[in-house]
Design a protein around this ligand. Structure first.
Ligand code: PLP
Length: 410
């Protein structure tokens, strides 16, 4: 820490080279350089005292607000009493988290496999599906985002995010997300797993029709394929329930959680699965090793995050209705740039007329101190992932800036 405020320029000059000069310069050119000083509730502050209303929250890592007090308390307590622990050993903290997951998750998912990040957990789930079925083909929704490790990246749509790392893992195939016909044509006795999000978060924020997941479940059962649901973004309250798939009434064979599962404080992820799936490991229980997976401290943090999510959800859902009304009002008043607004639970997708308008909105809001996000796959659809602690004051703050930005877009 330095005693004088570390301005953006001073940061680049002093430390830029340690992060890659070209990379830092590219971020600076985008006007998207933020040197974080602290986070509190729905806000992030930079080193020059600027305050940002955070409606991205890294897709849900800070879904309970930055430094949520209940989670901070749980972490402080754990640090006083717990050792970090070892991946080979068990503890009461880990057991209580696994039990909480089994009790609050979709029926039948009783077993947890620990991991650190979402990408890693997705990779584990796919490997387990291949091992359990003895098959190799993985079907996944098109334009999904499942992470950056080998198996996860193999599901990324072709483009700048993946092409440079090819060749990727073989036998992955995209099906049209939300189309049961597309899955029906592709699935076969070769299919090890079907990987889907409850809602296509990164691309268009579009939820499938109500009959989609029951039909996916039926097709997986008919063909003996495992259904893996990626809840990295849609879990931990984002879709108005603890887990997004709970809206559909079906249970997958495996479910992956990360991001908000960390409580915003400690990297944590998990694959939850049906008992029996791991039986193919036989007598070797050490087939997946991840040194930092599920420390005792992290386990206490995640359990507190689940409890806090369940406590906050009723008021957050009511807040979500008020934010939805505000967005509808903005869309009605600015139909030129903002064609429509989609909402599922506490996830909002704003349909702009084109990529340029979407990008202009995201960047302009950032300059005004409001963080919203689009995706590398679709700049025309910025998204809001508000924290569950958002209040009317922040909704008004967002509305004021969004109104000005939309007016300037004409
Ligand atoms: C839906 C989804 N799955 C998986 C991941 C990968 O998670 P992580 O960044 O923790 O590796 C992400 C990350 O953004 C995601 O959005």
């Amino acid at each position: 820490m330095t005693s004088t405020p570390l301005t953006r320029d001073a940061f680049v000059e002093r430390y830029g080279r340690y992060f890659g000069v070209k990379r830092i310069e590219a971020i600076r050119k985008l006007n998207y350089l933020l040197i974080e000083a602290k986070g509190e509730g729905p806000y992030v502050y930079d080193t020059e005292g600027r305050r940002y209303l955070d409606l991205w929250n890294v897709g849900g890592i800070h879904g309970l607000g930055h430094r949520n007090p209940a989670v901070v308390r749980a972490m402080e307590e754990a640090l006083r009493g717990e050792d970090f622990g070892s991946l080979f050993y068990f503890s009461e903290a880990k057991a209580r988290l696994a039990e909480t997951l089994a009790r609050t998750g979709p029926p039948g998912l009783e077993v947890s496999v620990p991991a650190v990040t979402g990408s890693e957990a997705i990779d584990q789930a796919i490997k387990i599906a291949r091992g359990a079925t003895g098959r190799t083909e993985i079907l996944h929704g098109d334009h999904g985002y499942h992470g950056v490790t080998g198996f996860a990246l193999s599901m990324m749509a072709p483009g700048e995010m993946r092409d440079w790392a090819e060749p990727l893992v073989p036998d992955f195939r995209a099906v049209e997300y939300g189309s049961i016909d597309s899955l029906e044509r592709a699935i076969s006795e070769r299919t090890a797993a079907v990987v889907l999000e409850p809602l296509r978060t990164d691309y268009d924020g579009r939820a499938p029709k109500d009959d989609y997941f029951p039909a996916v479940r039926r097709l997986c059962d008919e063909h003996g394929a495992k259904l893996i649901v990626d809840e990295v973004v849609t879990g931990m309250g984002r879709l108005g329930r603890l887990w997004g798939i709970q809206r559909s009434g079906i249970s997958p064979d495996m479910m992956v959680t990360a991001k908000g599962f960390s409580g915003g404080l400690f990297p944590m992820a998990a694959v939850m699965l049906r008992p029996g799936i791991l039986d193919f490991w036989g007598d070797n229980p050490y087939r997946i090793i991840s040194s930092y997976a599920w420390s005792n401290v992290g386990a206490s943090v995640s359990r507190a995050a689940i409890e806090e999510t369940l406590r906050l959800l009723p008021s957050a859902n009511a807040m979500g209705d008020r934010l939805a009304a505000t967005l509808e009002d903005l869309a009605a008043r600015h139909p030129g740039p903002l064609r429509s607004v989609r909402r599922t639970g506490l996830l909002y997708a704003l349909d702009f007329r084109d990529d340029l308008a979407g990008a202009f909105f995201v960047m302009g809001m950032f300059q005004r101190g409001v963080i919203v996000v689009a995706s590398s796959q679709n700049m025309a659809v910025p998204k809001l992932y508000p924290p569950l602690v958002l209040g009317d004051e922040q909704i008004a703050e967002f509305a004021e800036h969004a109104d000005a930005m939309l007016a300037s877009l004409g």
